[in-house]
Design a protein around this ligand. Structure first.
Ligand SMILES: [Cu+2]
Length: 120
């Protein structure tokens, strides 16, 4: 009986690990390379949360904020020195003229909203 309980525990742990791993920003889905896209800001997530861009190519991101909570009011691109305030119910466009190669996080000011930008 205790073996069964241990087994159930292990399966539960595996499920939890799998869940957290899969629910990382963007998950494992490869993102198509883009130069312009719209990101919905709602319910604590950016959608899409994974942006894949090319070096030497301007990147235009239209943030459509649908979440009235103050949490969502700003987007910060860490390592790129770019941040923008988002008006609720509106689209705010962020343009990165020539993003350097690398991987950057973009978040709200409290870092509850989490996104990833890959430039290569
Ligand atoms: Cu926040």
């Amino acid at each position: 009986m205790s073996i069964l309980i241990n087994l159930a525990g292990l399966i539960l742990i595996a499920l939890i690990i799998w869940w957290f791993w899969m629910s990382r920003p963007g998950g494992r889905k490869p993102a198509a390379i883009t130069s312009e896209t719209t990101i919905i800001v709602d319910d604590g997530v950016y959608d899409p949360a994974l942006i894949h861009a090319r070096t030497g190519q301007p990147l235009t991101l239209h943030f459509e904020r649908r979440d009235p909570s103050p949490c969502a009011e700003q987007v910060i691109f860490h390592g790129l020195d770019v941040s923008e305030f988002l008006d609720n119910g509106k689209v705010t466009t962020v343009t990165l003229k020539n993003p350097p190669k690398g991987e950057y996080r973009f978040t709200c000011q409290m870092q509850m909203y989490q996104g990833r930008l890959i430039v290569d």
